[in-house]
Design a protein around this ligand. Structure first.
Ligand code: PBG
Length: 329
C-alpha cells in the first residue's frame, strides 16, 4: 500500500531497471527467414520489404556466415521458384536438385553448425499460388499431405535439420512425421505453423516470392478454407494440440503482434517450445512509417520484439533479427 510501496523505486535508474527486467533479448531468440533465388551474384531488394533481400546461392553463403558471426544460429529458408517450374501439384518441390535442396546444402557448406529449417508448403511451387493441390474449386487435403511428406523427406535428405510446414492442411504433421520415421530420419524435427491465420499481413511476402493466389475461375481467391479465421481463439489451441499429438516438436503462432493474446493462450496450454512469426507486413509497416519519419525505427522495433517475447515466444522468426542484434551488441 502507498506510501510503503512505491513502484517507481524500481524504475529510477538504468541500473535498477536492468536488474529487474523480466524480458531480455539475445541472438538465441531468433530464427532468420531467408529468401533464395536462382542465379549468381544476385542480391535483390524486395520492393515492399526495404533492406530485405533475395539471395542467389553464392551470396546466401556469405549472408549465412555473417549471421553466424552475429550469433544468429538458425535460419528458415524460402525459395522463389521460376514460373516455368510451377504446376498444380508442386512437382518441382520434390526435385532432389531443386533450388531448396541446393540452398540447404549451400548453407550447411558455408556454416555446418547453422540450424537449417525449411518452409514446407506448395504455394511457391503452385501455378495457382495455393498451399495445396487445387481441384474443382477446392484445395485437396489428403492428396496435398502426401506431397508435403515427400517434400519434407527431400529436405531432410538434403540436410535440413527441421522442416516447417506452413500450409495448414489437416493431418500433415502426422503424415510428415510418419514418413520421416519410416525413412530413418528420427532426429529431424518439425516446427509446425500450427495456429496460422488467414492474414492480410502476408502481402509483402507474397511479393517477395511471387506466390499470391491467382485470380482465375474455379480457384479460390484467398486461403480462408485452410488458414484460420482471425476471429477465433479457442480454435488456435485445438489446432496446436492436434499438431503436438501428431508429432510437432515446436509449434507456432503467426502473425505476431496482432495475435499476442493467442501466443499467451498457447504458451499456457502446451509444453513444447512456442515460436512466433513476426511477418512481412509487420516489417513493412514499421519500415514505411520510419521512412516517413513518423516512428523511431529502432525503438519501435525493440518494443515489438520485446512484446512478442513477453507474450510467451520462445523463438521469434523475424526479418528484424539482424537489425536487433546489431543494435544490442
Ligand atoms: C507459405 C508461407 C507464407 C508465409 C510463410 N510461409 C505465406 C502464406 O501463407 O500466404 C508468410 C510469411 C510472411 O508474411 O512473412 N505458406
Amino acid at each position: 500500500m502507498y506510501p510503503l510501496r512505491r513502484n517507481r523505486r524500481l524504475r529510477q535508474s538504468e541500473a535498477i531497471r536492468a536488474l529487474v527486467s523480466e524480458t531480455i533479448i539475445s541472438p538465441n531468440d531468433f530464427l532468420v527467414p531467408l529468401f533464395v533465388v536462382e542465379g549468381k551474384g544476385v542480391k535483390e531488394e524486395i520492393d515492399s520489404m526495404p533492406n530485405y533481400y533475395r539471395y542467389s546461392l553464392d551470396l546466401l553463403e556469405k549472408e549465412v556466415k555473417e549471421l553466424w558471426k552475429l550469433g544468429l544460429k538458425a535460419v528458415l529458408l524460402f525459395v522463389k521458384v521460376p514460373d516455368n517450374l510451377k504446376d498444380n501439384s508442386g512437382t518441382e518441390a520434390l526435385n532432389p536438385d531443386g533450388l531448396m535442396q541446393r540452398a540447404i546444402k549451400a548453407v550447411k557448406n558455408a556454416c555446418p553448425e547453422m540450424l537449417v529449417m525449411t518452409d514446407v508448403a506448395l504455394d511457391p511451387y503452385s501455378s495457382f499460388g495455393h498451399d495445396g493441390i487445387v481441384h474443382d474449386g477446392q484445395i485437396l487435403n489428403d492428396e496435398t499431405n502426401s506431397v508435403l511428406a515427400e517434400m519434407s523427406l527431400s529436405h531432410a535428405q538434403a540436410g535440413a535439420d527441421f522442416v516447417a510446414p506452413s500450409d495448414m492442411m489437416d493431418g500433415r504433421i502426422f503424415e510428415i512425421r510418419s514418413l520421416l520415421e519410416d525413412e530413418g530420419f528420427h532426429n529431424k524435427g518439425i516446427m509446425s505453423y500450427s495456429a496460422k491465420y488467414a492474414s492480410a499481413f502476408y502481402g509483402p511476402f507474397r511479393d517477395a516470392l511471387d506466390s499470391a493466389p491467382v485470380d482465375i475461375k474455379n480457384v479460390p481467391k484467398d486461403k480462408q478454407t485452410y488458414q484460420m479465421d482471425t476471429a477465433n481463439r479457442e480454435e488456435a489451441i485445438r489446432e496446436t494440440q492436434m499438431d503436438i499429438e501428431e508429432g510437432a516438436d515446436i509449434v507456432m503462432v503467426k502473425p505476431g503482434l496482432a495475435y499476442l493474446d493467442i501466443v499467451r493462450d498457447i504458451k499456457n496450454a502446451v509444453d513444447v517450445p512456442v515460436a512466433v512469426y513476426q511477418v512481412s507486413g509487420e516489417y513493412a509497416m514499421l519500415k514505411a512509417a520510419a521512412e516517413k519519419g513518423w516512428l523511431d525505427h529502432d525503438a519501435v522495433m525493440m518494443e515489438q520484439i520485446t512484446s512478442i517475447k513477453r507474450a510467451g515466444a520462445n523463438i521469434i522468426a523475424s526479418y528484424f533479427a539482424k537489425d536487433v542484434i546489431k543494435l544490442i551488441s
